[in-house]
Write a protein of this length. Structure first.
Length: 482
C-alpha cells in the first residue's frame, strides 16, 4: 500500500502513525495492511511495536515479552546541566571564582570527616610547636620529587601555604603518587621544624573527599537503560554494520531473550562523540567519510531515527562534537543537530546528572582520562580504574592546564556533589564494567574501528559492546554486536 494511501486511511480513522509504524505498514501486503488498519480502530498513537504485536496475535505467535509498553515516553529529570546557564567570560575573576568554589565545596566535604576534625588553617602552622599533630585541608599548588626520592606537595588554602613531605620509605608513597595539581585533599601529620620558607608537615595520612555508597532505589518493575558512546559517525572507521545490528536488536528484531530484553528498554544514553567532527586530530580529514559537520549530524539523525518511539534518547556531547571544547560543555546546539531536536531527543550537556526512575546517573564523556594517563601514567585500556580515581577525588577534571580545557564558570560543575548509582563514560573506546562502593561504573566502548591516532597512542578499541542495565536491581547484561 502506498504511504499516501496509508496516511489518508489513518487520518480518516483518527490515527497518528509514527514514521516507523508507517514504514512497517508500507512493507506489508495491501490486504494485510488494510486488515491491520481496521483493527487499530480506537487507538490514537500507533507505534511500530503496536502494529507488530497485532500481527503476532493475528498469526498465533505466542507472546514472549513483557506486557505491551505504554506509548508515552517516561520523564527524565535533569538534576545538573550547564546548558543555557553558562555565564563565564574567561576573565581572571572568573577563574578565581571557579577555584574558590571548588575549594570551599570539597573542603566542606572533608571537614565533615571525623578524622579531620578539627582542622586548622595553613596560616596557623608557623605558630605551632615542631612535632605537634595537625589536620589541614588544602588545594594542591604543586607536587615534586626530591633527588632523594621524597615527595613534596605544596598545599594552599585561602589564608596560607605549606609544604607536605612524604618520605620515600613511607607507606603513603603510592598514594602520594596519585596526587594531582589543583585537587583538594586533607592531610594529617606533624609540624616540621621551620627551616625558613613556608611551614612544613610530615604527612601521616592523606585523605580524599571520596564518596559514600548510595542506596539503589529503582522502579518496582524491570525497566532497562542502554548505555553507548563514541559512534564517530562521519569517520571512515565508523562501523556502520555493527551499529545497524545494534539498531536491529533495539527494534525488537532479535529472538527469545534478546527480543524480550529489547522490549523492556525505555532509555538510551549516548555519552558523547556522536559524530567524528572536523579538525579534531592531525590529518583527520584523510580518515573522514563525511567531511561536512552538518551532514555528519544529518546522517547520524537518519540512523538514530530508527530507534523505537517508546525509547527516550538522551545525548550529551564529547570532544569530537560541535560544541565548545572547554568543560562543562553545553548540549549540541540545534543549529548543527536540528533533526535531533525534531525527533524529541533529550539534549544535555557534558557532564550531566540525570534521574531515571529514581536511579541517579552521572554521565561524563571522559576527556580528563587523557590527563590521568599523561600525568599519573594510568593505563588507557582500564577506563574504570580512571573512573574510580575521579570518584575518589570527587572531581571529573581536577587538573587544570592539561588536555582538558575548563570553562571558568562561577560554580565548578565538575565537582561530584552526590554519589551516583551509575557513572557512565566513554572516550576511552575500551569497554569496561566495574563497581565502586556500590556505584556501577560503565565505559561503553565505541562503534569506531582503530584510527591512525589510536595506533600512535597504542589504543586497541573494543567496538560493539553495549551494557544494558535493569534499573530495578542494577543487573547488567552486556551485548556484543561486532
Amino acid at each position: 500500500m502506498k504511504p499516501e494511501d496509508l496516511l489518508q486511511k489513518a487520518m480518516n480513522a483518527g490515527l497518528c502513525l509514527t514514521p516507523e509504524a508507517l514504514a512497517f505498514l508500507k512493507e506489508l501486503p495491501p490486504d494485510k495492511a488494510d486488515a491491520v488498519m481496521n483493527q487499530l480502530s480506537g487507538q490514537i498513537f500507533v507505534t511500530q511495536e503496536v502494529v507488530s504485536e497485532l500481527l503476532r496475535r493475528e498469526e498465533g505467535v505466542p507472546q514472549q515479552v513483557s506486557p505491551a509498553l505504554p506509548p508515552a515516553k517516561p520523564a527524565v529529570r535533569i538534576l545538573k546541566d550547564i546548558t543555557g546557564k553558562s555565564s563565564c567570560r574567561g576573565e581572571l575573576k572568573d577563574f578565581i571564582s571557579l577555584f574558590r568554589d571548588r575549594f570551599q565545596r570539597l573542603a566542606s566535604v572533608l571537614k565533615s570527616r571525623p578524622a579531620l576534625n578539627p582542622t586548622v588553617p595553613l596560616s596557623s602552622l608557623p605558630r605551632m610547636e615542631p612535632g605537634e599533630e595537625v589536620r589541614v585541608i588544602g588545594m594542591v599548588a604543586d607536587k615534586r620529587e626530591t633527588p632523594q626520592g621524597h615527595i613534596v606537595v605544596e598545599l594552599e588554602d585561602p589564608a596560607g601555604r605549606a609544604s607536605v613531605w612524604i618520605f620515600k620509605s613511607s607507606e603513603l608513597t603510592s598514594s602520594a603518587r596519585e596526587i594531582l595539581p589543583d585537587e583538594v585533599l586533607g592531610v594529617i601529620g606533624r609540624v616540621r621544624e621551620s627551616w625558613g620558607g613556608s611551614p612544613s608537615i610530615f604527612a601521616r595520612e592523606i585523605l580524599w573527599p571520596e564518596l559514600h555508597p548510595r542506596a539503589w532505589e529503582g522502579p518496582e518493575e524491570p525497566v532497562y537503560a542502554v548505555f553507548i558512546s563514541d559512534l564517530h559517525i562521519g569517520s571512515q572507521m565508523f562501523l556502520e554494520s555493527t551499529f545497524r545490528k545494534f539498531l536491529s536488536w533495539l527494534k525488537g528484531e532479535g529472538e527469545g531473550k534478546l527480543r524480550e530484553l529489547a522490549e523492556g528498554v525505555r532509555y538510551l544514553l549516548i555519552a558523547g562523540d556522536v559524530t567524528d567532527g572536523i579538525g579534531i586530530y592531525p590529518q583527520q580529514e584523510r580518515e573522514l567519510a563525511i567531511a561536512d559537520i552538518f551532514k555528519q549530524y544529518e546522517y547520524a539523525a537518519e540512523l538514530l531515527s530508527e530507534i523505537p518511539d517508546h525509547i527516550t534518547v538522551i545525548i550529551s556531547p564529547g570532544n569530537h562534537d560541535a560544541v565548545r571544547a572547554a568543560e562543562p560543555q553545553p548540549a549540541i546546539p540545534k543549529e548543527v543537530a536540528g533533526r535531533f531536536y525534531e525527533l524529541g531527543y533529550q539534549m544535555v550537556g557534558n557532564p550531566c546528572v540525570l534521574d531515571l526512575e529514581g536511579i541517579r546517573v552521572l554521565m561524563y564523556h571522559g576527556r580528563s582520562f587523557d590527563d590521568l594517563a599523561t600525568v599519573l601514567g594510568m593505563p588507557r585500556d582500564k577506563p574504570t580504574n580512571m573512573m574510580r580515581m575521579l570518584l575518589r577525588k570527587r572531581h571529573l577534571s581536577p587538573f587544570y592546564g592539561g588536555k582538558t580545557a575548563l570553562a571558568p564558570e562561577n560554580q565548578d560543575l565538575m565537582v561530584v556533589d552526590e554519589p551516583p548509582n551509575i557513572f557512565h563514560c566513554g572516550h576511552a573506546h575500551i569497554f569496561g564494567e566495574s563497581e565502586y562502593k556500590g556505584m556501577l561504573l560503565l565505559n561503553s566502548g565505541t562503534f569506531q574501528g582503530r584510527t591512525s591516532y589510536m595506533r600512535k597512542q597504542g589504543i586497541n578499541p573494543t567496538p560493539g559492546y553495549v551494557p544494558v542495565v535493569n534499573l530495578q536491581n542494577g543487573k547488567v547484561t552486556v551485548l556484543h554486536f561486532a
